[in-house]
Ligand binder design. Structure first.
Ligand SMILES: [Zn+2]
Length: 411
């Protein structure tokens, strides 16, 4: 087991304070920090802090896959860590996006390979043949758009905005208030000529302003989102798409799971994200990056997403709360040490054969593995190789560790 130095990613939508404060560095930072990666992604691996200096986790896995990952994980994923854990801090909205299913990713990757589109090129959709399920667990209040909402609710929202230019679209959706109607309307907007959008989007923004001025509450969050998105992306169909999506506010500890085909955009907040190790993103707007509308439409799931789909069930087992998802690549839980456990060495519930990444979110925890001990302060992480578990924990004050492991049943 070693301390793990994560890789900071600076993107324009990041925060100059959140990640720095979480990891105890001076803030504000020179550049907005958007993500802190703990994993073995070839683009930006984390580094083990060893007695002989820093060693890339990626190199460590290549040198000793069975010791680090365990035989069962190696049998399934080779020398790759199948998940990536991130701290994500959004001060501004991220792009509207969806991720392909495993089958779509494999097919899309092969298709683009055959077409000779460079893997790192700006117009490449499928950079690897893998799907990318992801879960986000809020650390602060976290705001997001995720999944289509029931069509009837979008009809009601559009009616409340009282924008004459929306009438034909309200009629379209009211006339077919189901997944097919949502597909038809979303397709209409996302493929609309720019001059049409340049009329419709400002009209919707004006409707949202008037709605908020009137003091009405039912759709206040949705109206504010229209303003926020419209300010940064005037004339972008993504502003209209926000009228069709669930507008979620997660409290700290609450999570959303984003299966394949779920259209989503993170808006604001700090969270922990765990995902399958893939770069496959299909964007639908709210971004200066490549947007491939036909490909996005191929993968989108227009079935309204309910809370049961979006919000993972949490199962408590002693000190550990596990977020249940169907993802095979990862499992994520929170180990909370408080009350009677304080000041004592406690066994963390055992995990099946495989590696663990621990990230301290609160307090301070002394972690013992088979061969080593490290202290994790807030924002610090550790890598526990498969052959170095199980772990025991000691905390003097209430503390929380996120634990990411390989998911599914390993055998
Ligand atoms: Zn995503």
């Amino acid at each position: 087991m070693h301390l793990l130095r994560g890789a900071v990613r600076t993107y324009a939508w990041g925060s100059r304070t959140a990640i720095a404060e979480f990891t105890g560095r001076p803030s504000p930072t020179d550049h907005p920090e958007a993500e802190l990666w703990f994993g073995a992604h070839p683009g930006d691996p984390a580094y083990l802090q060893t007695a002989d200096g820093e060693v890339s986790l990626l190199d460590t896995l290549r040198e000793d896959p069975e010791g680090q990952l365990g035989v069962a994980v190696c049998n399934r994923y080779g020398d790759r860590l199948p998940f990536l854990l991130k701290v994500l801090a959004a001060d501004e909205p991220l792009s509207l996006q969806a991720h392909p299913s495993a089958e779509q990713a494999r097919e899309g990757f092969e298709r683009e390979e055959r077409a000779g589109i460079p893997v790192a090129g700006p117009t490449r959709n499928y950079r690897d043949p893998n799907h990318k399920p992801e879960i986000l667990i809020a650390i602060s209040d976290f705001h997001a758009l995720a999944g289509f909402q029931p069509a009837a609710r979008s009809v009601e929202l559009m009616r409340e905005l009282a924008v004459g230019d929306l009438d034909p679209y309200i009629n379209l959706l009211a006339g077919q208030a189901d997944a097919d109607g949502l597909r038809a309307l979303f397709t209409t907007w996302i493929t609309a000529p720019q001059p049409d959008l340049d009329v419709l989007v400002p009209a919707v923004i004006e409707g949202a302003i008037q709605y908020l001025k009137s003091g009405r509450k039912t759709f206040a969050a949705e109206a504010k989102t229209v303003l926020e998105l419209g300010e940064r992306y005037p004339g972008d169909a993504g502003v209209l798409a926000s009228l069709l999506l669930n507008r979620l506010t997660l409290r700290p500890g609450e999570a959303i799971y984003l299966p394949a085909g779920n259209l989503h955009a993170y808006l604001h907040g700090v969270g922990i994200e765990v995902m399958a190790n893939s770069d496959n993103v299909l964007r639908g707007g709210l971004t200066p990056k490549h947007v491939d509308v036909p490909e996005l439409l191929r993968v989108l799931d227009f079935t309204p997403a309910t809370d049961e789909v979006l919000r993972p069930r949490v199962v408590q087992d002693g000190m550990e709360a596990t977020y249940l998802t169907p993802a095979a690549e990862f499992a994520v839980s929170v180990l909370a040490i408080d009350g009677e456990h304080l000041g004592h060495e406690v066994d963390a519930p055992a995990r099946q054969d495989g590696p663990q990444i621990l990230l301290c979110a609160e307090g301070s925890v002394l972690v013992h593995s088979k061969t080593a001990s490290v202290t994790l302060e807030r924002g610090a992480a550790a890598w526990v190789p498969a052959d170095d578990g199980p772990i025991r924990l000691v905390a003097e004050r209430p503390s929380k560790l996120f634990r990411a492991t390989v998911g599914g049943a390993l055998s």
